[in-house]
Design a protein around this ligand. Sequence first.
Ligand code: AIR
Ligand code: ASP
Length: 307
Amino acid sequence: MSPKTPIYEGKAKKLFEGPEPGTLIAHYKDDATAFNNKKKGTIQGKGIINNKISEFLMSRLNDMGIPTHFIRGINMREQLVRAVDIIPLEVIVRNYAAGSFAERFGAFEGESLGSPMTEFCLKDDRLGDPFVGEDHIFAFGLAQPEEIDEIRHYALRINDFLSGLFYAHGIRLIDLKLEFGRFYEGDIELIVLADEISPDTCRLWDLNTNDKMDKDRFRRDLGKTEEAYREVARRLGVLPNVSVVETASFGETATASAKPVKKAVKAKAPAKAKAKAKAPAKAPAKAKAPAKAAAKAKPKAAPKKRK
Ligand code: AIR
Ligand code: ASP
């Protein structure tokens, strides 16, 4: 087999040239970072778990008409995706106060926000992914107003769908971070969901115990991080034999280089669809009333600032 051509290496994934024009192979690593890349580590088996979880969730979203970059799974660590022009925004949807939101507004982690809330951050590690409003987005030319409308619409719809899906598996979706890309079909530009959806990019709490089942375990040194990731995969039924994660190094690629080579390009378009988003089902057991803008309460455990 000829070595794959590296395109880019990020913090959690490597990208290689795909078999057809306009496609890329996304290779999921075990590397973990937090706080603007300041904290680095490894979560054993994370690449396999996140690849499989993201593959499963993106497929479900594709099925319900949300356009995503996901094409098909390749092996335990790799999936084929459409090459898209990534919009340099982190789109965060929050259902409950947590993390930087709880810190900023002095809210208790776990307080319901009443209805889902979207936030945008500039995707720039060096600047610490600063919070941006629509005026910044338009002034900096990061996206057009119609694109932001569409992104917001998709983000809320994705959040609504995933909240229900996780809930059915005994998991509360506290918040999540999404990334979108532009994808061209001839002259027509489409917005598609890109990157990944996994315990690296979502806050997931056990429905009954409120135990954290996501990257906060790594960020906050809570221990049992591998176990939490495996448990999410087990509940979603994406790794029937989870013990495989403890030993396997499927899809490891000896040819990957650490250097960004070039940016992703365009490919073919998936279908579009529209619908309305709903509020999450109900508040966690220990949550208080909706945090009205800035809640009076002090943060229970003020998390450190993420990157
Ligand atoms: N996130 C933000 N940057 C990278 C990631 N993965 C995710 C977090 C959390 C949400 O965005 O994992 O699910 C909000 O993060 P924060 O720190 O702003 O509260
Ligand atoms: N962008 C941060 C990092 O990987 C995300 C986080 O804290 O999760 O460094």
